[in-house]
Design a protein around this ligand. Structure first.
Ligand code: HSE
Length: 444
């Protein structure tokens, strides 16, 4: 490098050579020059480990050791930073802990692991005085975690809300615009490389809950796992839901929502959920289509901020992984500049916080209730809702999926009242399946 001392390259090992791993190799090769200019050193991919040694990934691997031995990669003295891109829980957990024990820094995109075993992983990294970076775990290529940790660090965060899963956003967008079946569209999302190895995680909202759990900790210092977050997926939505949502002036988006309710005496309580949601068709989130993600973060000083970009896929996710590599490489070059807590709070500041009870939460809802022999039933359903103080603003009967459906838009009502009313509606003989309840989120 002209004008600077030649710096030793920083050695990198990659465990997991799938879609994102291939993207990482491409970014490191295609952008080597700009990376070196910004870093003052080269990032050298020394080794790759994967069980599949046969598939041609279409990238040049000359000069890189490629075998199935992840432990040898971790132990290699030329590897200073280990990238974990395997996915799943047990195997990556073992390799990450092995890397920390060997004094290696780790970059991972594994939100599932961090959302379940975060306390152990972050604790082990701190004990070993190494870095763990995970920007790619949320929002694909969007640097939203770095914004929460650094750019917004001065704020009391009030709300984190967004479209956190590219696969489901792609499926919802395509179902709405083409009228195609759910399974056909999901298969296409998998072929495009958006979906998790197990697409159930995407479809059932679990991947979004993993990401929301991480952001809830980073935003509010709340100790939470994805299992604490009430989660509903997108399976079972019908074309009529999209059609009527549009008629009412809304679009359907799978949202992850986390809010911190602060009382005057300083008590903090958390509201968090993942569910299909009706958002106003004029809102910015309604315009986020395909595999794009968008996250709205509201801070008490900064106000609303919005982060938008590709939430899944080979190159966007690789962008975040290599960005993390560079951040750690800068630390290495500086000789370590002191701890930057990866979760934005120091571990002793993170603790359990109570959830706001459903009785204190309220909202408007869209209800689709499949029924048989519906004459007169609308009045009884409306009356059951009324018993729980749920007012009906709009009501209609439509044919959908071979049976009649009662469609309702409610006024603002307490969550617990709505849930009690649904239990009573399901008990009616004429109701043929669990009603579809979609919350309306005006704040989005
Ligand atoms: N399966 C995930 C998604 C990948 O569709 O958003 C990115 O985290």
């Amino acid at each position: 490098m002209s004008g600077q001392d030649e710096q030793k390259p920083i050695g990198v090992g990659l465990i997991g050579f799938g879609t994102i791993g291939t993207g990482v190799v491409k970014v490191l090769r295609d952008n080597a020059e700009v990376i070196e200019q910004r870093l003052g050193s080269r990032l050298r991919l020394v080794r790759i480990a994967d069980l599949d040694l046969d598939t041609d990934r279409g990238v040049d691997l000359s000069g890189i050791v490629f075998d199935a031995d992840a432990s040898a990669l971790i132990a290699d003295p030329d590897v200073q930073i280990v990238i974990e891109l395997i996915g799943g829980y047990d195997v990556p957990r073992k390799f990450i802990l092995e890397a920390f024990a060997a004094g290696k820094h780790v970059v991972t995109a594994n939100k599932a692991l961090l959302a379940l075993h975060g306390r152990e992983i972050f604790g082990a990294a701190a004990s070993a005085s190494v870095e763990v970076a995970f920007e790619a775990a949320v929002g694909g290529g969007i640097p939203v975690l770095r914004s929460l940790r650094e750019g917004l660090a001065a704020n009391q965060i009030e709300t984190v809300l967004g479209i956190l899963n590219g696969t489901t956003n792609y499926v919802l967008t395509e179902m709405e615009s083409t009228g195609e079946d759910f399974d056909v569209v999901l298969k296409r999302a998998q072929e495009l490389g958006y979906a998790e190895a197990d697409p159930t995680f995407d479809v059932e909202g679990i991947d979004a809950a993993h990401k929301l759990a991480l952001m809830t900790t980073m935003a509010f210092g709340a100790e939470i796992t994805f299992e604490d977050i009430p989660t509903t997926g997108i399976r079972g939505l019908l074309p009529i839901d999209f059609e009527l949502a549009a008629q009412f002036g809304y679009r359907i988006k799978l949202l992850g929502i986390a809010k911190c309710h602060r009382s005057e005496d300083g008590q903090e309580r958390i509201e968090a959920r993942v569910q299909p949601t009706l958002v106003r068709d004029s809102s910015l989130l309604a315009k986020v289509d395909g595999a794009m993600n968008a996250v709205l973060v509201i801070g008490n000083a900064v106000g609303p901020t919005l982060y938008y970009g590709a939430g899944a896929g080979e190159m966007p996710t690789a962008s975040a992984v290599v960005g993390d590599l560079m951040e750690i490489a800068r630390e290495i070059r500086r000789g370590g500049s002191g701890p930057v807590p990866p979760l934005s709070y120091f571990p002793e500041q993170i603790g359990p916080k109570p959830f706001v009870p459903d009785a204190e939460l309220s909202g408007r809802h869209y209800l689709r209730i499949s029924v048989k022999d519906q004459p007169g039933l609308l009045g009884r359903v409306t009356s059951l809702l009324g018993d729980e103080a749920v007012a009906v603003e709009t009501a209609m009967v439509r044919s959908a999926n071979g049976s009649d459906s009662i469609i309702l838009l409610t006024g603002v009502a307490a969550e617990d009242g709505m849930q009690r009313a649904i239990v009573r509606i399901v008990e009616l003989d004429e109701v043929t399946e669990m009603p579809r309840v979609i919350r309306i989120e005006e704040e989005a």
